[in-house]
Write a protein that binds this ligand. Structure first.
Ligand code: PBG
Length: 309
């Protein structure tokens, strides 16, 4: 009766990795329970998640080939576009969120077009807009730019509107930090940069006020939902964003946060179920409306059994 915060299955978003082929469910070593799925298997897994009450999925792609600019990302036949079409048909009520970024699609692993060793902001933004339109055309309800270029939310909004996708929403990775906790994700999609790092475009972990400026810019450019990422190491940022802005707020419990809990549990040092649920309640307490987590199905099962801390 006196509990201040709750977490429910309806608050959770489950990420998926779509890969070419059929019948493929390739385990990601550093993320127990997470797979690279071919489209057919992804639909099965998404159906199981939807049956457990998870309302939304977030899609990433492992393309058949990569190039210098990541052109597979805006191909209407791209891997995520295929997954979106299959999911849209099979599961009409599932909310489909598509990540918008190039690091999975470029052969150098950076999140955009290179100019020497730098990512060139404006040419990258133009390509992001093309990718977002292609994803909307394939059936995405929400596009989620995770690249951290400047001006991309406004450009994506204009491109979507011009293409007739006024109703496609934008979930902005507004405060995305240059984090070591993304390590296992880069294994999952083979997107580690071949040189340098992402500190030129992702945020400095030391900066919380700057995070508020980043969110303010994306709100001005017409983001519909905003995100803080990673989650647990940045609860203060989450809390401050919640206090300052009234848009729906998402937090991403990233690959490294998930891998840490599993690794420790594997040694018998932590109880995975309890740590997962405690971290989710903490993320909600700090102010997140929605939590993106690889543990969404585990949480759904625990909640269905009447979990209490
Ligand atoms: C793409 C992207 C990344 C993640 C989500 N979108 C990786 C990165 O920025 O290197 C990380 C998600 C996770 O670690 O679970 N830019």
């Amino acid at each position: 009766m006196v509990r201040e915060t709750s977490v429910g299955t309806a608050d959770l978003i489950l990420p998926f990795f779509a890969c070419p082929g059929t019948g493929v469910a390739r385990a990601v070593a550093s993320m127990p329970g997470v797979f690279q799925h071919s489209v057919d298997r992804l639909v099965e897994a998404a159906r199981a998640a939807a049956d457990e009450g998870i309302p939304a999925v977030l899609l990433f792609g492992i393309p058949a080939s990569k190039d210098a600019i990541g052109s597979c990302a805006w191909s209407d036949d791209g891997i995520v576009q295929q997954a979106l079409r299959a999911l849209r048909t099979a599961l009409p009520d599932l909310v489909l969120i598509a990540d918008v970024c190039f690091c999975e699609y470029t052969d150098h692993g950076h999140c955009g077009v290179l100019d020497g060793e730098r990512v060139a902001n404006d040419p990258t933004v133009a390509n992001l807009a093309r990718q977002a339109v292609s994803l909307a055309r394939a059936g995405a309800d929400i596009v989620a730019p995770s690249d951290m270029m400047d001006g991309r939310i406004g450009a994506v909004r204009s491109a979507l509107d011009a293409a007739g996708f006024e109703d496609t929403a934008i979930l902005s990775y507004a405060a995305k930090f240059a984090s070591a906790f993304y390590g296992p994700f880069r294994d999952a999609v083979a997107s580690a940069p071949t040189f340098g790092d992402r500190r030129g475009y992702q945020m400095d972990p030391a900066n919380a006020r700057e995070a508020l400026r980043e969110v303010a810019l994306d709100v001005e450019e017409a983001a519909d939902l905003v995100m803080v990422k990673p989650a647990l190491p940045y609860l203060d940022v989450l809390c401050r964003v919640r206090q300052r802005f009234d848009l729906p707020l998402a937090a991403y419990q990233v690959s490294g946060e998930y891998a840490m809990m599993h690794a420790a549990a594997g040694h018998g040092w932590l109880d995975y179920d309890r740590c997962l649920m405690e971290s989710l309640i903490a993320i909600r307490r700090a102010g997140a409306d929605l939590v993106i987590t690889y543990g969404a199905r585990d949480a759904a099962r625990l909640l269905a059994k009447g979990w209490t801390p």
